[in-house]
Every structure is written in structure tokens, then in C-alpha cells.
Design a protein around this ligand. Structure first.
Ligand code: MSP
Length: 505
């Protein structure tokens, strides 16, 4: 199987923050998981560089828009390895190939009679890059604001429109036959009821500024930034060449997006695609938003979380783990110093890290640095193995439905079981009385620790490489389906150092 996993492309009006980091790490986890399963993957991210919001930011910084976006895009590119993410491609909407793809999509929509010229008169929010109906806005003392809190302006201009209203029934039919195509399910319901509430034709070009992709044969119009931006997903697969290997192999894709941009992905994008004779996305997952110590994150409050700072402070895998264990993927979450420390100390340092540390140092000291597979296991050992099989089953089930926190919880519940097994089997007390049994116990624990480590790989990859190194195992042979072949009958251990130091508050 092949999976095309995408982040939204990020606006370059400002530097990256925790929200961007969160989506990128989510996609990295999903891609690594998919790799573990033996799938072929394409992980795409990039930057959204056109539109009024970015143009405004360039002006504010007294820079030419192209120079400005070149500089700002690099910040997003640089962040990726710092997040421990391995992408396959980084796309920028100012690239030539993207302009060509977006214009081809436009032409296709035009040829398919999906576009007409008219006038737009209504509300627009530059910050959200979105058109709003007055009924959607919030009334304040001084006028209206968008539901997101962003300011809105009244605009009146000539505009091309996409015949979105024509796609209402087709979208409803598509979603009703594909109830898993939007996750979590509550978001699916939200999208479906939005569509059922009626769709209006969508303004897809602007004439009052220049920073965008030109509309073919209408030089005074630039494309609405969202039609330009969404097209990035297929640009990266060689659109308009839908016969190319990568398009054929990887489309339709899996889009991971924040809840604020679900409508663009789950309503407009599938409609554009169907109208251009292209299949809609395979899946759209909408995640929640992070707050900082209970407060909405915003520039004006001055509480933006810089991903470099928190990674430097707590550690990369500690942050990756916290973000995806603490909060059900899809829900909103609160970033607080106390909860990071509590979570990391309880799960990574105590439950998992201590287990590795105490067993491996015991083996190094008392079992000649190695453990070999015994001829027979006792019932208690077999029960421990059986319980792992159940854990694996649940892990797979949860990962398939993007319930990363549940998948992790399963592993850590199981690691608690392994710790109890160690306590009751007390290998240290067997050293002088029953050496053979001691090695059996040590082997059983080591084996289960390694298996759990493999399941943790997508979330905390760099730590797992270190853990596997203790057991002389290489990540390259790692695969969820070959546990048996992956593990040698004799496991020889290397010296260890604690991998997850406790976070002191
Ligand atoms: N450029 C558009 C996406 C176009 S995709 C074809 C865009 N860019 S963005 O930079 O503003 O936002 C990117 C992502 O960051 C969105 O998915 C958004 O939900 C996410 N987040 C922004 N702030 C966030 C939090 N505080 N918490 C979690 N995610 C947040 O939208």
C-alpha cells in the first residue's frame, strides 16, 4: 500500500510556532507508523506564500514580497529536522511548477464549465484569508469580527466564482458513502451539516492586490489564495500530469489539518477536485488547538510557544511524546510546564526508562551482558507474551483510526504490567538459587521491552534508536510484521545510560 501524508502548507507571514510544529510532528508519526507497517509513503509539507496576508507582512517588514517569502519559508524548512521529522518533499507555492499546476487546475475547471465571472460584495478577513456571510460574523460595539476573532473588511470587486453550489448533493453523497473520510467523527458530522445547510458559489479570484498566481487570460485577477494553496497537494504529485507515477501511486492523499481550516479541506477542496475530474482526498483529519497555561495563544498576548525553546528545555522526544500522549488527537490541549513534567516523569522516566535501566544494568552485571532464548517458558511468561499480543492488536486498531494517545496508553499500561512481572519474578533473588530461571525472566522482559520500543518508534524515534542500540539492534531492520526475524535468539547488551532523565520542576 502507499500513503500520501500532508501537513497544511504554512503561511509565511510569521515565524513557526507550536501549532505548526504539532501538525508536522503528527504527520511524521503517521508516516513512520505507516513505514513500520511496510507501506510506501510520501510525506509532504511546505509553505503557503501568496495572498494579502503575506503581502501585508512583507510590506510591514519593508521587504519585496519575493525576498520576504524566500527568507520566511526557510524558517519552516529549518524547523523540520529540529522536530525530528523526516519529510519527502518541501513545497513552496511561489515555485514555477506550482504556478503551472494551479493554472492548469484553473483551466480544467474553466473547461469543465465550473467558473464564471461576476462581482463579489461582502465581508473578507485578511487574517483568516476567508470570505464570510454577515450571519456568520460576531457583532461588536465597533462593527463585526470573524468567528475566529479576526477583523473583517467589506470588499466589492469583480471576481471569478466557482460553482460550489452545484456540488452540494455530490459532496453529501460522497461523505454519506465514506463516513470514515473525515476524522474525528464529530468533525465529520460538522462538515456534513455545514454542507446540508446549503453551499453558495465561492469567489475564487481577487483584483485589489497583486501578490498571487495570475488567473489565466485575465491578468488583472490573481487566484484566491486558498485555491492556489490547496492545489499544492497535487502539484507535488506532478499535476497536471495525472498519468505520472507519483500521481498514480499517491493520490488520493491523507490531509492532516487544524480544525480552523477543515472547511477549506473538506468542502472546497473535494469540490474543486471532483469538478476537475480528480478523486477527493482519501482522508482528512482535523486536530485541535493548543493553549498556553490555559490561555489562547496569540501574538498580542505575547504567549507564543517557540518550538526551539521547548525542545531545548525539555528534550525533543519528551515534547513529541507529551503532545501526542497527553491529549486525544483531535481535541484541544493545554501546554503547561507541570503537565509536561508529570507526564514525562511518570511514563518515560519511571515506567519505561527505569525498566530498561534496571534490567539492562542487571544483565550487564549478572548475566554476562547477554540473554538467550530459553527452551521453555513458564505460564507467567506466556501470559506476559499473550498480553503483549493484545496490546499490539489494540495499538494497531488505535493507530489506524489516528487515536495516537490511546495507542500510547496501551503500551504504557502494558509496560506497567511488565514492571509488575519483574517485581513478582524478582530476578535478583534468583541469582544464587535458580540461575536458569533468572535468565528466562530477563529474556522475557528484554524481549517485551524491545517489542514495546518498536511500537513507540513513530512517536519518539531518536530515543528508540538509542534504546535499540543497547540491545545491538538496528532500526533499519525494524518492521511491525517481522518481530520474529528481527529478534535474535541471543541478545547481547551494550553499556547503558539513562535515556529519559527526570524533569525537575
Ligand atoms: N496556509 C494555511 C493552510 C493552507 S493548506 C492548503 C494555514 N496556515 S497557518 O500557518 O495559519 O496554519 C497552519 C496550521 O497550524 C493549521 O492547521 C492550524 O490549525 C495550525 N495551528 C495554528 N495555531 C495552532 C495552535 N495554537 N494549536 C494547534 N494548531 C494550530 O492555515
Amino acid at each position: 500500500m502507499s500513503n500520501f501524508i500532508t501537513t497544511p502548507i504554512y503561511y509565511v507571514n510569521d515565524v513557526p510556532h507550536i501549532g505548526h510544529a504539532y501538525t508536522t510532528i503528527a504527520c511524521d508519526i503517521l508516516t513512520r507508523y505507516s513505514k513500520l507497517k511496510g507501506n510506501e509513503n510520501f510525506f509532504l509539507t511546505g509553505t503557503d506564500e501568496h495572498g494579502q496576508k503575506v503581502e501585508k507582512a512583507a510590506l510591514f517588514n519593508k521587504k519585496d514580497p519575493q525576498n520576504f517569502v524566500d527568507e520566511m519559508s526557510q524558517n519552516f524548512r529549518d524547523l523540520i529536522p529540529y522536530l525530528g521529522c523526516e519529510i519527502d518533499e518541501f513545497i513552496r507555492t511561489t515555485e514555477k511548477r506550482h504556478k503551472l499546476a494551479a493554472q492548469s487546475l484553473w483551466n480544467k475547471l474553466k473547461d469543465n464549465d465550473q467558473i464564471y465571472l461576476s462581482n463579489y460584495e461582502g465581508w473578507y478577513s485578511i487574517r483568516d484569508e476567508a470570505f464570510y456571510l454577515e450571519s456568520e460574523l460576531i457583532k461588536t460595539d465597533t462593527g463585526f469580527i470573524a468567528p475566529s476573532g479576526a477583523p473583517v473588511d467589506w470588499v466589492k470587486e469583480e471576481s471569478y466564482f466557482f460553482k460550489l453550489s452545484k456540488w452540494e448533493d455530490k459532496l453529501i453523497e460522497y461523505y454519506e458513502t465514506n463516513p470514515e473520510s473525515i476524522l474525528p467523527h464529530s468533525r465529520y458530522n460538522e462538515v456534513l451539516s455545514f454542507i446540508k445547510g446549503g453551499l453558495k458559489d465561492l469567489s475564487i479570484s481577487r483584483t485589489t492586490f497583486k501578490w498571487g498566481i495570475k488567473v489565466p487570460e485575465a491578468d488583472n485577477h490573481v487566484m484566491y489564495v486558498w485555491i492556489d494553496a490547496l492545489c499544492n497537494y497535487i502539484t507535488a504529485l506532478n499535476y497536471p500530469n495525472t498519468e505520472s507515477d507519483s500521481f498514480k501511486k499517491f493520490w488520493p492523499g491523507i490531509h492532516v489539518v487544524g480544525k480552523d481550516i477543515l472547511r477549506f479541506h473538506a468542502v472546497y477542496w473535494p469540490a474543486f477536485l471532483m469538478a476537475a475530474d480528480i478523486e477527493p482526498p482519501k482522508k482528512i483529519f482535523a486536530h485541535g488547538w493548543w493553549t498556553n497555561e490555559g490561555q489562547k495563544i496569540s501574538k498580542s498576548v505575547g504567549n507564543i510557544i517557540n518550538p526551539y525553546d521547548i525542545i531545548d528545555k525539555y528534550g525533543l522526544d519528551q515534547i513529541r511524546f507529551f503532545l501526542f500522549r497527553e491529549i486525544p488527537f483531535g481535541n484541544d490541549g493545554d501546554f503547561s510546564k507541570d503537565s509536561i513534567a508529570t507526564r514525562v516523569n511518570a511514563d518515560l522516566s519511571n515506567n519505561y526508562g527505569n525498566l530498561i535501566q534496571r534490567i539492562s544494568s542487571f544483565i550487564l552485571k549478572n548475566s554476562d551482558s547477554k540473554v538467550s532464548k530459553p527452551k521453555n517458558f513458564k505460564d507467567t511468561d506466556l501470559n506476559l507474551f499473550k498480553s503483549f499480543d493484545e496490546t499490539l492488536y489494540n495499538y494497531l486498531k488505535h493507530m489506524e483510526s489516528f487515536k495516537i494517545d490511546r495507542a500510547l496508553k496501551n503500551i504504557f499500561d502494558y509496560l506497567s504490567e511488565v514492571n509488575s512481572y519483574v517485581d513478582t519474578q524478582a530476578p535478583w533473588s534468583l541469582k544464587n538459587t535458580d540461575y536458569e530461571r533468572m535468565v528466562e525472566v530477563l529474556y522475557a522482559v528484554t524481549l517485551m521491552t524491545i517489542k514495546c520500543s518498536i511500537l513507540l518508534y513513530p512517536v519518539i524515534p531518536s530515543s528508540i534508536i538509542k534504546v535499540l542500540n543497547i540491545y545491538n539492534l538496528s532500526i533499519n531492520d525494524l518492521n511491525l510484521t517481522n518481530f520474529k526475524n528481527f529478534l535474535p535468539d541471543t541478545i547481547i547488551l551494550n553499556k547503558t545510560k539513562p535515556i529519559f532523565p527526570r524533569i525537575e520542576l
